[in-house]
Design a protein around this ligand. Structure first.
Ligand code: S3P
Length: 188
C-alpha cells in the first residue's frame, strides 16, 4: 500500500471523523482538506463557492491537495472534500499520490447522518429533514458514484437498512481501516 491515505466519499460519510480516529490509532498526522482550504484561502469551501463559484473552487481545491502532497511526510490520513474525486483527473491524481478508500453508505443513511449535522455550511440542505435531504442528494450522489468506486478500496459502512444507526459506525469504520492500513504498514 502506498501512503498517504485519502478518504473519499459523499458528504456525511464521516471522512473527517473517521479520518481523525484512524490517524489517532495509527499515530499519524491528520489533514482535513476542507480545513486546509480554509486556512490557505481564508474562506471555508462553502463561502468560497458562494463568493467565486464552483469552478473556481474546484481549481483551487485541486492545488491544495497537490501542494500538500509535496510535503515529504507519508504518514498522513487526508479527508478529502466530497466533490474532489469527481473533478477532472482528480481520481487519477489520488491514485498516483497514495491509497484511496471510499467510505460507502446507503443513501438513506447519508441523508439521516446529514440531517444530524450543522447544515449552515450546506446551504442546499439547510432546513431540510432526512427525507428532503435524500431527494436533494440523490442525483448528485448517483453521478458521483462511478468516480468514488475507482478508489483503491471500497469500505462499506457497517450499517443495515433493517436497523437504525447506533452511532458506533464511525468508530467501526476507523477500526476496519486501521486493520487494513496497519497490516500493510507492517509489511512495508
Ligand atoms: C463538497 C463537500 C464539502 C466541501 C465543499 C463541496 C461537495 O466537503 O468540499 O463544500 O461538493 O460535496 P465535505 O464532503 O467534507 O462536506
Amino acid at each position: 500500500m502506498v501512503f498517504p491515505v485519502y478518504l473519499i466519499g459523499y458528504m456525511g460519510a464521516g471522512k473527517t471523523t473517521v479520518g481523525r480516529m484512524l490517524a489517532d490509532k495509527l499515530g499519524w498526522h491528520f489533514v482535513d482538506l476542507d480545513e486546509a482550504f480554509h486556512e490557505i484561502h481564508g474562506l471555508s469551501p462553502a463561502d468560497y463557492i458562494r463568493t467565486y463559484g464552483i469552478e473556481a473552487f474546484r481549481k483551487k481545491e485541486k492545488y491544495v491537495v497537490e501542494d500538500l502532497a509535496e510535503l515529504p511526510i507519508e504518514k498522513v490520513v487526508y479527508a478529502t472534500g466530497g466533490g474532489y474525486p469527481c473533478w477532472e483527473d482528480n481520481m487519477e491524481c489520488l491514485k498516483e499520490l497514495g491509497t484511496s478508500f471510499y467510505l460507502r453508505w446507503h443513501p438513506h443513511h447519508l441523508a439521516q447522518r446529514l440531517a444530524l449535522t450543522d447544515l449552515n455550511e450546506r446551504p442546499l440542505l439547510h432546513g431540510k429533514n432526512a427525507e428532503e435531504i435524500l431527494s436533494v442528494i440523490m442525483p448528485q450522489l448517483m453521478a458521483r458514484i462511478p468516480y468514488y468506486e475507482q478508489a483503491d478500496y471500497i469500505i462499506d459502512a457497517p450499517a443495515s437498512l433493517d436497523s437504525p444507526l447506533d452511532g458506533t459506525e464511525d468508530e467501526q469504520l476507523a477500526d476496519i481501516l486501521y486493520d487494513l492500513v496497519n497490516s500493510s504498514a507492517k509489511i512495508g
